[in-house]
Every structure is written in C-alpha cells, then in structure tokens.
Design a binder for this molecule. Structure first.
Ligand SMILES: C[S@@+](CC[C@H](N)C(=O)[O-])C[C@H]1O[C@@H](n2cnc3c(N)ncnc32)[C@H](O)[C@@H]1O
Length: 206
C-alpha cells in the first residue's frame, strides 16, 4: 500500500497518451524509434536469447518487440492503457511470444521475473518531477542483476537557467517538423509547457 503522499504517475502529464488518436499519431511520427533503429540498439546492448529485459515507458512497443524478436524475455511497462493495447496489437502482428505487458510505471512496477540483464527507458523519464526521478533511479537499480545494464535516452537541456525562454524556443524550432513529417510545433510546445522542462534540474547533472 503506497502512502497518500506518493506521486500518482497514472495522472498523465503532457500529451494525453490515453487518447488513441494521440497514440496512433505518436507511432506514425516516430523517426528515432523505427524497427530498424531499435534492432540496431538491441544488438548494441548485446541483448540475446534467454536474457531478461525491462522497458519502462515502453510506449507503442517498437523497442520491446525487437528485443523479444532477439529471444529475450521482455517486460513492457507503461502507465497508458492505450499505449499498451496498441503495442500488444503490434506485437501480435510481429508474432512475438516472449513479451509481457504491464500497466505500471517507474514508481509502481513490481517485477515478478528474474532480475534484468537490461533495463531501458527512452523518452519517458522526463515526465516525472525531479524528486521522483531519483526514486525511479533507485527502483531501476533494484531491478538489475549485478553487472546488468541501464540504458537511458531522454531530452537533456543544457543552458543557463535565466536563458530558458530563448533556449526552449530554439529547441522547438530545431526539432519541429512540417505536417506529416514528425512532431509538429504545436505538440512540442504542449510537451514543453507541461513537462519537458522538468528534466532540467536533474539530468543536466548526470
Ligand atoms: C514519449 S513516449 C516514449 C515511448 C517509447 N519509449 C519510445 O521511445 O518511443 C513516453 C511514454 O512514457 C509513458 N509514461 C508516462 N509516465 C510514465 C511513468 N511514470 N512510468 C512509465 N511510463 C510512463 C507514456 O505513457 C508514454 O508511453
């Protein structure tokens, strides 16, 4: 039983990934997480048959599916039911059988399998407030077997705090794409306003 003051990670921040239209748009707009790129990452991380892999904030499951296709026992963890359903449909199409889905998050996932050879989290940790990122790191460390690997990919800002407005505007201009070609300005702006800035305090120090 969690204490009443514990952060409720199921109350989504940022883009509403409980909305299936947003989930479909997310998967459509993915350019950094394609099956080919995730397959290469699986190889880079040395994921092979028989290993245990946990993907925290697994989203539409592109990485988790590739890790399962390599023969690993994979746990795809996400707070969004819509994301999990979408990922499960994709995994059925891909014909993988070693992938399990869990509706949970960094702060609530209870692992019931062997300790992990690899824990991965891509573009999800920024959603937690800074204090709770520390809690997430402690929980991730406890999921890993000795010598296990933690792979983190996320947005990291590096600029003097007083320059935040210009720096975030600059970032949006750099990454926003025209309609149909990826993340658009409106969505990025919404993401920034609501949660991405939370990254600033913690990850810059890592
Ligand atoms: C930007 S998506 C990234 C998905 C995937 N990792 C990728 O690289 O494409 C962020 C994901 O994190 C999930 N998420 C948000 N808060 C979370 C939390 N506290 N614990 C786990 N997942 C969370 C969202 O539902 C969403 O699926």
């Amino acid at each position: 039983m969690l204490p009443t003051w514990y952060f409720d990670e199921f109350k989504m921040a940022g883009v509403d990934f409980e909305d299936i239209a947003q989930v479909e748009a997310y998967d459509r707009n993915q350019t950094v997480s394609t099956p080919e790129k995730e397959q290469a990452l699986v190889a880079q991380l040395g994921i092979v048959s028989g290993q245990t892999v946990i993907d925290l904030g697994a989203g539409t499951g592109t990485f988790a599916i590739q890790a399962a296709l390599a023969g690993a026992q994979v746990h795809a963890v996400d707070v969004s039911q819509a994301m999990l359903i979408y990922a499960q449909n994709k995994s059925e199409t891909a014909g993988v059988s070693t992938l399990q889905f869990h509706r949970a998050g960094f702060l609530t996932y209870e692992h019931q399998d062997n300790l992990a050879d690899v824990v991965i989290s891509k573009n999800a940790l920024h959603i937690l407030p800074d204090f709770w990122k520390m809690t997430a790191f402690l929980r991730i460390a406890a999921l890993l077997k000795p010598g296990g690997k933690f792979y983190l990919r996320d947005v990291i800002f590096s600029f003097p705090p007083a320059e935040y407005q210009a720096a975030i505007d600059r970032w949006i201009e750099q990454v926003a794409k025209p309609k149909g070609q990826g993340w658009r300005w409106k969505i990025l702006r919404c993401t920034c306003e609501r949660n991405t800035v939370l990254l600033f305090g913690l990850l810059r120090k890592c």
